[in-house]
Design a protein around this ligand. Structure first.
Ligand code: FES
Length: 162
Protein backbone atom coordinates (compact mmCIF):
# COMPACT_ATOMS: atom_id res chain seq x y z
CA UNK A 1 0.00 0.00 0.00
CA UNK A 2 1.44 3.35 -0.94
CA UNK A 3 0.99 6.67 0.79
CA UNK A 4 -0.70 9.32 -1.29
CA UNK A 5 0.05 12.99 -0.79
CA UNK A 6 -3.52 14.20 -0.41
CA UNK A 7 -2.51 17.84 -0.67
CA UNK A 8 -1.33 17.36 -4.24
CA UNK A 9 -3.65 14.67 -5.47
CA UNK A 10 -7.13 13.80 -4.22
CA UNK A 11 -7.32 10.37 -2.66
CA UNK A 12 -9.24 7.60 -4.23
CA UNK A 13 -11.12 5.02 -2.28
CA UNK A 14 -8.85 2.50 -0.50
CA UNK A 15 -5.67 4.59 -0.59
CA UNK A 16 -3.96 5.54 2.66
CA UNK A 17 -3.30 9.24 2.75
CA UNK A 18 -0.56 10.90 4.76
CA UNK A 19 -3.25 12.67 6.77
CA UNK A 20 -4.90 9.33 7.65
CA UNK A 21 -1.53 7.80 8.60
CA UNK A 22 -0.62 10.73 10.85
CA UNK A 23 -4.11 10.69 12.36
CA UNK A 24 -3.76 6.98 13.17
CA UNK A 25 -0.33 7.46 14.71
CA UNK A 26 -1.62 10.39 16.79
CA UNK A 27 -4.62 8.38 17.99
CA UNK A 28 -2.37 5.46 18.96
CA UNK A 29 0.02 7.78 20.85
CA UNK A 30 -2.90 9.42 22.65
CA UNK A 31 -4.31 6.00 23.54
CA UNK A 32 -0.97 4.84 24.96
CA UNK A 33 -0.56 8.04 26.97
CA UNK A 34 -4.08 7.68 28.37
CA UNK A 35 -3.48 4.03 29.25
CA UNK A 36 -0.18 4.89 30.97
CA UNK A 37 -1.76 7.71 32.94
CA UNK A 38 -4.63 5.46 33.99
CA UNK A 39 -2.27 2.70 35.18
CA UNK A 40 -0.13 5.17 37.17
CA UNK A 41 -3.23 6.81 38.70
CA UNK A 42 -4.78 3.48 39.72
CA UNK A 43 -1.45 2.36 41.21
CA UNK A 44 -1.16 5.65 43.11
CA UNK A 45 -4.73 5.41 44.46
CA UNK A 46 -4.40 1.81 45.68
CA UNK A 47 -3.19 1.58 49.31
CA UNK A 48 0.33 0.43 50.06
CA UNK A 49 -0.41 -2.27 52.59
CA UNK A 50 2.43 -4.24 54.10
CA UNK A 51 1.34 -7.67 55.28
CA UNK A 52 3.41 -8.82 58.23
CA UNK A 53 3.05 -11.85 60.43
CA UNK A 54 1.03 -11.41 63.61
CA UNK A 55 2.96 -10.28 66.68
CA UNK A 56 0.68 -12.27 68.99
CA UNK A 57 -0.04 -15.86 68.05
CA UNK A 58 -0.99 -19.26 69.49
CA UNK A 59 1.48 -22.12 69.49
CA UNK A 60 -0.75 -24.88 70.88
CA UNK A 61 -1.58 -26.52 74.16
CA UNK A 62 1.23 -27.21 76.67
CA UNK A 63 0.58 -30.97 76.46
CA UNK A 64 1.24 -30.81 72.70
CA UNK A 65 4.80 -29.60 73.37
CA UNK A 66 6.64 -32.43 75.16
CA UNK A 67 9.71 -31.88 77.33
CA UNK A 68 12.79 -31.32 75.16
CA UNK A 69 10.86 -29.93 72.19
CA UNK A 70 12.22 -26.93 70.30
CA UNK A 71 9.57 -25.47 68.00
CA UNK A 72 11.08 -23.45 65.17
CA UNK A 73 8.75 -20.75 63.88
CA UNK A 74 10.68 -19.01 61.09
CA UNK A 75 7.84 -16.71 60.02
CA UNK A 76 7.53 -15.32 63.55
CA UNK A 77 11.33 -15.44 64.06
CA UNK A 78 10.76 -17.36 67.26
CA UNK A 79 11.77 -20.54 69.07
CA UNK A 80 9.41 -22.09 71.60
CA UNK A 81 11.26 -24.44 73.92
CA UNK A 82 10.02 -26.87 76.55
CA UNK A 83 12.89 -27.06 79.01
CA UNK A 84 13.12 -28.67 82.45
CA UNK A 85 11.70 -25.58 84.20
CA UNK A 86 8.85 -24.95 81.76
CA UNK A 87 8.03 -23.51 78.34
CA UNK A 88 9.59 -20.32 77.08
CA UNK A 89 9.77 -18.36 73.83
CA UNK A 90 12.78 -16.55 72.46
CA UNK A 91 13.67 -14.57 69.38
CA UNK A 92 15.61 -16.36 66.65
CA UNK A 93 17.30 -13.10 65.67
CA UNK A 94 21.01 -13.12 66.51
CA UNK A 95 22.00 -10.53 69.10
CA UNK A 96 25.22 -9.75 67.23
CA UNK A 97 24.07 -8.06 64.02
CA UNK A 98 20.54 -9.38 63.57
CA UNK A 99 20.94 -12.39 61.29
CA UNK A 100 18.46 -15.24 61.49
CA UNK A 101 19.79 -18.14 63.55
CA UNK A 102 19.18 -21.83 62.83
CA UNK A 103 18.43 -24.66 65.22
CA UNK A 104 20.27 -27.96 64.77
CA UNK A 105 18.33 -30.89 66.20
CA UNK A 106 21.35 -33.23 66.23
CA UNK A 107 23.29 -31.33 68.91
CA UNK A 108 20.47 -29.07 70.16
CA UNK A 109 22.42 -25.93 69.33
CA UNK A 110 21.37 -22.68 67.70
CA UNK A 111 23.87 -21.22 65.28
CA UNK A 112 24.13 -17.98 63.41
CA UNK A 113 25.37 -18.41 59.83
CA UNK A 114 26.68 -14.85 59.57
CA UNK A 115 29.60 -14.72 62.01
CA UNK A 116 29.41 -18.06 63.78
CA UNK A 117 27.74 -17.24 67.07
CA UNK A 118 26.39 -20.29 68.83
CA UNK A 119 23.67 -20.48 71.48
CA UNK A 120 22.29 -23.31 73.57
CA UNK A 121 18.54 -24.00 73.76
CA UNK A 122 18.30 -21.60 76.71
CA UNK A 123 19.50 -18.90 74.32
CA UNK A 124 22.79 -18.41 76.18
CA UNK A 125 25.88 -17.58 74.14
CA UNK A 126 28.14 -20.60 73.82
CA UNK A 127 30.53 -19.22 71.23
CA UNK A 128 31.10 -16.34 68.83
CA UNK A 129 30.73 -12.58 68.81
CA UNK A 130 27.11 -12.34 70.03
CA UNK A 131 27.22 -10.00 73.05
CA UNK A 132 24.14 -11.34 74.84
CA UNK A 133 21.67 -14.22 74.90
CA UNK A 134 18.73 -14.54 72.52
CA UNK A 135 15.91 -12.29 73.68
CA UNK A 136 13.07 -13.95 75.55
CA UNK A 137 9.52 -13.09 74.51
CA UNK A 138 6.36 -13.20 76.56
CA UNK A 139 4.54 -16.53 76.41
CA UNK A 140 1.44 -17.10 78.49
CA UNK A 141 -1.52 -19.40 78.87
CA UNK A 142 -4.85 -18.13 77.56
CA UNK A 143 -7.84 -20.49 77.48
CA UNK A 144 -5.52 -23.48 77.70
CA UNK A 145 -3.44 -22.31 74.73
CA UNK A 146 0.09 -21.00 74.81
CA UNK A 147 0.19 -17.54 73.29
CA UNK A 148 3.39 -15.71 72.34
CA UNK A 149 3.51 -11.93 72.28
CA UNK A 150 6.53 -10.70 70.32
CA UNK A 151 6.05 -7.11 71.44
CA UNK A 152 6.86 -7.91 75.05
CA UNK A 153 10.32 -8.86 76.26
CA UNK A 154 10.66 -10.79 79.50
CA UNK A 155 13.62 -11.65 81.76
CA UNK A 156 15.94 -14.45 80.63
CA UNK A 157 14.66 -16.79 83.33
CA UNK A 158 10.99 -16.34 82.44
CA UNK A 159 9.09 -19.61 81.79
CA UNK A 160 5.52 -20.82 81.80
CA UNK A 161 5.46 -23.63 84.30
CA UNK A 162 3.51 -26.64 83.07
S1 FES B 1 24.93 -11.67 63.19
FE1 FES B 1 25.00 -13.53 64.22
S2 FES B 1 27.08 -13.79 64.65
FE2 FES B 1 27.00 -11.92 63.64
Amino acid sequence: MSLVDDLKAPSTKGELTRRMALGGISAAALGLATLGTTVVTVRYMSPNVLFEPATRFKVGRPEDIPLGTVLVLPEQQTYVVHGPRGIYAMSSVCTHLGCMTRFTEADKQIRCPCHGSQFNVDGEVVDGPAPKPLNRRLIELADGQLVVDLRQSVPQDYVVEV
